[in-house]
Design a protein around this ligand. Structure first.
Ligand SMILES: NC(=O)c1ccc[n+]([C@@H]2O[C@H](COP(=O)([O-])OP(=O)(O)OC[C@H]3O[C@@H](n4cnc5c(N)ncnc54)[C@H](O)[C@@H]3O)[C@@H](O)[C@H]2O)c1
Length: 245
């Protein structure tokens, strides 16, 4: 871990109560950032308390426009500005196109796609005024590949890559970088909560590096993109997948 790589930066991380978002929050604070953890699940409050005065938690549904206004106001009130947004919150359920009904479609669309769009829009004014910022959108290997059986989920993750590309070119003149991280098979509650043991065993056979990734390995990639070390990186789709893609 690069000590103080994020010194002085203020970051919002969504979906920070669990898995990769929680790992990112811990790593960001360890690297000198001040972090606003948000999640629809209030358990992130306890995590924020363990991280000390450089972390606060806000209960937040990323698909709700009004609550984004509360999050950005709270970030500025607590820490003065917003330098980094990590659109990490996500939901995942298996299902082919044939079994995908409107409820299933909306469930993925509202969190994974609309939430990412609302997040980028919410921080835009503050980053534009500052003339700098870094937005990291968490897509998935399923957002650049043809993986059957996850129709609604994969559709939203392709959309996250598309929005990242479009936003990166629109916002580059404002000094705002926008990148996507595409995790592979990462050991988190999402992986185990929404896949059968047989499916996970299959995944284990297709990973060239021979093992699943850890949340910290995704957090390291996100930290790099948030940091000034990535000052010339925008519009990237960074696969962190042990070589699958
Ligand atoms: N685990 C994997 O193998 C994997 C692979 C590729 C991509 N991803 C992506 O990584 C990101 C993090 O996933 P994870 O594996 O850490 O899963 P996770 O389930 O551990 O964490 C996801 C978090 O998002 C939160 N969340 C869900 N709906 C929300 C909403 N409406 N508003 C705010 N927060 C909400 C959940 O409460 C949870 O804390 C997701 O975008 C996911 O799609 C995960």
């Amino acid at each position: 871990m690069v000590e103080e790589a994020l010194a002085g930066k203020v970051a919002i991380i969504t979906g920070a109560s669990s898995g990769q978002g929680a790992a990112e929050a811990k790593m960001f604070v360890a690297q000198g950032a001040k972090v606003v953890l948000t999640d629809i699940n209030p358990s992130g409050q306890a995590l924020a308390e363990t991280l000390g005065s450089n972390a606060v938690f806000i209960e937040h549904d990323v698909s709700d426009l009004t609550s984004w206004e509360q999050v950005t106001s709270a970030a500025v009130d607590a820490f003065g500005t917003i330098d980094v947004l990590v659109n990490n919150a996500g939901v995942h359920r298996p299902g082919t196109i044939e079994v995908t009904d409107l409820e299933m479609w909306d469930f993925h669309y509202r969190v994974n796609q609309l939430g990412c769009f609302l997040g980028m829009r919410a921080v835009l004014g503050i980053m534009k005024a500052a003339g700098k910022g870094s937005i990291i959108n968490i897509s998935s290997g399923a957002g650049q590949d043809n993986i059957p059986g996850y129709f609604a989920y994969a559709t939203t993750k392709w959309a996250v890559c598309g929005m990242t590309k479009l936003a990166s070119s629109e916002l580059a003149p404002l000094g705002i970088r926008v990148n996507a991280v595409l995790p592979g098979i990462i050991d988190t509650p999402m992986l185990h909560g929404t896949n059968t043991a047989e499916r996970i065993a299959f995944y284990d056979t297709i990973i060239p590096l021979g093992r699943r990734g850890t949340p910290d390995e995704i957090a390291a990639a996100v930290s790099f993109l948030a940091s000034d070390a990535a000052s010339y990186v925008t519009g990237a789709q960074l696969l962190v997948d042990g070589g699958i893609g």
